[in-house]
Design a protein around this ligand. Structure first.
Ligand code: ZN
Length: 295
């Protein structure tokens, strides 16, 4: 299975790491990788992938859901779960409770992950889709709870689960509570495995820190979008700590694929098709026991 998907991968050039880029309300946008001027309309039509060099821009949670699932099939759950600010965190530059309110207004979502269920080519699955815009997609107690609920939903309904990660890691404003989400989500995935149900993990730019160190890397099949930053510690931290210079293209999706950490690098245009194949593969087999079981 891994081999088949790997054959369909798109290994884009990754000489440099590129800055975040948001699309202004203009007619043209400039690709941060190849500097090509692109019509915004064409860029969006091409799923925010540069037509010239294949650079994959970041998607919001709702854009990714629209991209992946059958039109109109997504049902959102637990949209009202919000962070409780358990430490009453205040730093020199921010009050966490105020920051949460600001982010909610700015992103128009209550938290950094959207969960629910949907179908892909009429096959059901549970979904948890992270949104990097919300405090860098960081995982606090609310994000961990929502992801856990999406996994429990999959167990209850006996359907597979897809988690699309986009995260700077644990949410430091929640201290130990954010780190606890790593074990919580991992424990839920162990139950999913015992139920014989598959977990598809999709890593998008960037997937780092405590998210990489927990559920993102526990997928039965782990895919990443081309060019995405995929790592535990970011390249600058590694260089400062280890006093070494990382090779060009290190800690990208292609790098971790070539080093056996993930199963495939899949172009955004192929994602839906690849997921449909995986779901079909699962639907055709006996789900009571088998290789999906984790101990
Ligand atoms: Zn480009």
């Amino acid at each position: 299975m891994t081999q088949t998907i790997a054959n369909s991968t798109l290994l884009a050039s990754t000489e440099k790491r590129y800055p975040t880029f948001t699309i202004p309300e203009n007619i043209v946008v400039k690709c941060p990788k190849c500097k090509e001027m692109l019509y915004e309309r064409d860029f969006k039509r091409n799923l925010k992938v540069c037509q010239r060099c294949g650079y994959h821009g970041r998607l919001t949670a709702s854009e990714r859901i629209d991209l992946l699932v059958d039109p109109g099939s997504f049902v959102e759950l637990d949209a009202n779960i919000i962070s409780a600010d358990p430490l009453h965190f205040v730093s020199q530059s921010q009050v966490y409770a105020e920051k949460l309110v600001n982010e909610q207004q700015k992103v128009r979502a209550n938290e950094g992950v959207t969960i629910g269920y949907a179908t892909i080519e009429q096959m059901p699955l549970a979904l948890a889709i992270m949104d990097f815009r919300f405090i860098g997609g960081s995982m606090g107690a609310a994000v961990g709870e929502k992801i856990t609920r999406s996994i429990e939903l999959a167990i209850d309904r006996h359907i597979p689960v897809l988690i699309a990660s986009a995260s700077g890691g644990a949410r430091m404003q929640e201290g130990i509570y954010s780190l606890m989400q790593m074990t919580k989500t991992s424990a839920a995935l162990a139950k999913l495995g015992k139920a014989g149900l598959p977990y598809y993990s999709l890593l998008t730019d960037p997937t780092t820190g405590g998210v990489t160190a927990s559920f993102a890397m526990l997928g039965d099949v782990i895919m990443a979008e081309p060019g995405g930053l995929i790592c535990f510690a970011g390249p600058r931290v590694i260089e400062q700590f280890m006093h070494i210079r990382l090779p060009e293209g290190a800690v990208t999706a292609e790098f971790v694929y070539q080093h056996g950490l993930i199963d495939a690098v899949v172009s955004r245009h192929e994602l839906r098709k690849v997921l449909a194949r995986l779901l079909r593969f699962h639907a055709q087999r006996d789900t009571s026991v088998g290789p999906f079981e984790r101990e």
